[in-house]
Design a protein around this ligand. Sequence first.
Ligand code: IPD
Length: 269
Amino acid sequence: SAADLGTLETMAADLAREAGRLIVDERPSGLGVAATKSSRTDVVTVMDTRSEDLLRERIAARRPDDGILGEEGDSIEGSSGITWVLDPIDGTVNYLYDIPQYAVSVAACVGDTSTPGAWRPIAGAVYHPVLGEMFHARAGSGAFLRAPSGVHALAVSNVTDLDDALLGTGFGYDADKRGRQGELVARVLPRVRDIRRAGSAALDLCAVAAGRLDVYYESGLNPWDLAAGRLVVEEAGGVVVGPGGAAPTDVLVVAGPTALVTRVQQLIE
Ligand code: IPD
């Protein structure tokens, strides 16, 4: 129900804010790489783990029947029909280098989160702790940015021509796929106003929702990079699609106003 969605949205924002403060306030000065995962680029710091542990504790205490899918821990299958999809630090490489462009992403989702394209977010929040920017949305109610300057309703850009489009993208960590990602960028770069690779997919999606980027695409995204930001874009009047215009998956995510999304798809698919 609408009331439940509001509760989930508030909870997502509360969790993202608490974890966001943790990662800023307790960032060790000599922060190093605690472990690498799929490749040497795919790093995890102690703070990724601490942030996710905090999020998991809060969810277990407040909604013990929900499932959890997080970047750093084992999946928990719930019984309520809701799964929390968590990115404890999106933009981990920025965080490692102390580049202030990273976020905590928290989304309540329905469907089968273990199958690409078979789930969707119904409430979520992305918190940029350094700027104090909270992007949040719930299904059917619009997307909002709560910032030190006030509360702003979000709307995607009205640019329709690729020539006029500032395009965001990112690169997955899988070393084998990076050559192909480079080829795609080479095809796109001469066709757009310019490209940004800011280093946090969740914030890239929120930037699209806020009109700070006109369009965004990436191949190789994980569910936790996508979940909350996807809803923020959709509720800001944009579309988020995957291969062939179907649901977004790890294979492809394109987000923005409909006209631009179609043009980017034509270019890269
Ligand atoms: C990464 C960032 C990056 C994107 C990668 C993601 P992480 O997430 O969102 O911008 O290009 O595909 O994996 O590892 O920092 O949570």
